[in-house]
Ligand binder design. Structure first.
Ligand code: TXA
Ligand code: MG
Length: 347
C-alpha cells in the first residue's frame, strides 16, 4: 500500500516524523527536493537500497546520490575530505549541487561498487526535515521508472510508482525541474559529470576554480563514459518516438527543419511539437499537438517545463514528438544534455 500525504507548513513535523520511521524501518519514501522528486531509503540499509533499484527497474551499475543534512553526515559518507572541498560545499550547500568524492562508510550497493560516492545536501525544507527525522543519510535517485522523464510533480510520481513504495510526500511542483549538477572532485581540475540548474559558468565563479566540461556532456547516448555510469543509458525519454531538431544559430532555419520532419513523420502517425514562445506560431497551421516550453530568453522556465511537457505529450498519445533544440551554453547545456539523451533521432 502506498500512502500519499500532502505536506504543508502546518503538518510538516508530524508527517516527516512518520516518514522518518518508514525510512528507519527499511521502507521507501518519495520526497520532494528543489530539483525533482527523489525515491529515498536508508543509505546504510543494503536491503532497502536494493529495493530502490528493483522498484525503478534501474540497472545495478548506475550509482545513487546520498542526501545529507549536515557536515557531520558529510564527514562520514565521504573519506578524508580535503579542506578545499569543505570550502566548496560550504558555498553551495544546501542546493541543487552534487559532489562525487571517495566513499566513506556508505555500503557499496549505493555506489554500484565504485570507490566514490555522490553526495548532496538538498535545500527543500521537506527533504531536509525528512533526513533530520530519519537520522540517517538517504540514498535517492529520481522517483521515476528508469528511463522515463524525472518527476517534477506528485502526479508524475503516482503515475510511475504508486503501489510500489510505502509513502509519497506531496509538496506540489518542484522549483527547478531538472536534476542537480554533478561534479567529480576526485580529479584536478574537477570535472562536470552532469549539468544541472547551477551552470558551469556560475559554479566556476562561485568556487574560484576551473571546471572541466568533458565532451560526453554534449554528446548523444552512443558515447558513454564509465565515470558517470548513468549517462550511458537512454534517459528522460517520452513514450513517443522523439526527434530532436538542433539549434544551429538560426531560428528560422531550425523552424524549417521542424516542419520538414513534421511532413515526413505525420504520414506515419500523430505528431506533437514542443516549440518555444518565439516559434510556436509557425506551426499553428500543422495538424499536430502543439505546446511551448517557454521563452528562449528565460531558460529557467524552459528547464522547469521540460519533463512536464514530455509527459504531457505522452498523455496526448502522440506517436512522434519533435522537440526544438537550444544553444549549448549556460542552462541551455543542461537542457540539451537531457534532450540528447531522450531523443531517438537528431536532425
Ligand atoms: O537532483 C537530483 O540529483 C535528484 C534528486 C532526487 O536529488 N537525484 C537524481 O538522482 O537525479 P539519479 O539517480 O537520477 O541521478 C544520479 C546521477 C546518475 O547520473 C549517476 O550515474 C550519477 O549521479 N552518480 C551517482 N553516483 C556516482 C558516482 N559515484 N560517480 C559518478 N557518477 C555518479
Ligand atoms: Mg534519474
Amino acid at each position: 500500500m502506498t500512502r500519499v500525504v500532502k505536506v504543508s507548513g502546518d503538518n510538516l513535523g508530524r508527517v516527516v516524523e512518520e516518514a522518518g520511521e518508514v525510512i528507519r524501518g527499511g521502507g521507501l519514501v518519495v520526497f520532494p527536493t528543489e530539483t525533482v522528486y527523489g525515491l529515498g531509503a536508508d543509505a546504510y540499509n543494503v536491503e532497502a537500497v536494493r529495493k530502490i533499484f528493483l522498484v525503478k527497474g534501474r540497472p545495478p551499475d548506475n550509482p545513487l546520490i546520498v542526501h545529507i543534512d549536515s557536515l557531520e553526515m558529510f564527514e562520514r559518507v565521504v573519506r578524508d575530505p580535503p579542506d578545499h572541498l569543505y570550502k566548496y560545499v560550504g558555498r553551495l550547500w544546501p542546493g541543487p549541487f552534487t559532489i562525487v568524492y571517495y566513499r566513506g562508510d556508505i555500503p557499496d550497493v549505493v555506489s554500484a561498487g565504485l570507490e566514490t560516492v555522490a553526495v548532496r545536501m538538498p535545500a527543500h525544507p521537506v527533504a531536509q526535515a525528512l533526513i533530520k527525522y530519519s537520522q540517517v543519510p538517504i540514498a535517492a535517485p529520481s522517483a521515476n521508472i528508469s528511463g522515463r522523464p524525472s518527476p517534477t510533480s506528485p502526479e508524475h510520481v503516482i503515475q510511475d510508482l504508486f503501489g510500489r513504495v510505502d509513502m509519497i510526500l506531496d509538496a506540489g511542483e518542484t522549483l527547478y525541474g531538472v536534476e542537480s549538477t554533478v561534479i567529480d572532485f576526485t580529479t584536478d581540475p574537477p570535472r562536470l559529470l552532469r549539468p544541472g540548474p547551477l551552470t558551469v559558468e556560475e559554479l566556476s565563479d562561485a568556487l574560484g576554480v576551473e571546471i572541466e566540461v568533458p565532451e560526453y556532456v554534449r554528446n548523444r547516448i552512443e558515447v558513454g563514459d564509465p565515470r558517470s555510469p548513468g549517462m550511458k543509458y537512454r534517459h528522460y525519454a517520452p513514450d513517443a518516438s522523439m526527434v530532436l531538431v538542433e539549434y544551429r544559430g538560426d531560428l528560422y532555419q531550425m523552424v524549417e527543419r521542424v516542419i520538414s520532419v513534421y511532413r515526413e513523420v505525420s504520414i506515419h502517425g500523430r505528431v506533437g511539437i514542443l516549440a518555444t514562445d518565439e516559434t510556436i506560431e509557425y506551426y499553428m497551421g500543422l495538424d499536430a499537438e502543439l505546446a511551448s516550453l517557454g521563452s528562449r530568453s528565460d531558460l529557467y522556465t524552459v528547464a522547469k517545463n521540460l519533463y512536464k511537457m514530455l509527459r504531457w505529450m505522452d498523455g496526448k498519445g502522440v506517436d512522434y514528438l519533435i522537440v526544438e533544440g537550444f544553444e549549448d551554453r549556460g542552462l541551455g547545456l543542461t537542457i540539451m544534455n537531457r534532450l540528447r539523451r531522450a531523443a531517438e533521432r537528431y536532425v
